[in-house]
Design a protein around this ligand. Sequence first.
Ligand SMILES: [Zn+2]
Length: 237
Amino acid sequence: MDNKKHLVVVGAHCGDGEIQAGAIANKYAKAGWEVTFLHLTAGEKGNPPHISVEDYREQKIREAEKVAEILGGKSITLDYKDAELSFSEELISHIATLMRELRPTIVITHWENSIHSDHALCPRLIQAAQLKAGLAGFDLSGLKPHYYPYLHSENWEDMEGYVPDIFVDVSDEFETYLKALSQYWFIMNSSSFRYYDYYSALGTVRGCVARVKYAQTLKTPTGTNVHKGNGIPGYDL
Ligand SMILES: [Zn+2]
């Protein structure tokens, strides 16, 4: 798997990774990259009144698989419980082990501030797992160490302090992205938030700023957007 480039999008709940970076992922899949959506929980507690939490979990896992297929990737949903994620050695080691297996070229995940604690934990877990996956001193099932860089992406629940650094032109992928999103019950039917309206409008708004039809954005981790050199970046003396 080392010779093929691999984009891994990590979301707290089924649906998060795809709404944040689904169009970007589709663009890279079309260019020959392997794409994996890794969901730490199914996000099963947003169940509609007529479906039990257990049944909704199964439904979301099935929906995630369909969405990943449309976007040109695959879906992995871990067995953790929605709204009960914690910053634990067990979870960090689990993610680090998975990263040594998946060997991502780059990882995309939530921004660090969020109204949802599962979301806010994601980048902390990814950062901690980055160290553990990369350091040979950690023995994780005998797997070869693997270091991955990561970026953040845009989610309506994670907007405090989110100012994009990167705008990706997804004009050719946006239709596929919207088709993929429409497979999720919650995106089309949630009574608490107008997901479909928000994300279709967001692609347009970000596209306007990037001077393309549709765009999705990314943000570099805090403190990493720093240049050290002999002058102004691009104009070194
Ligand atoms: Zn979520």
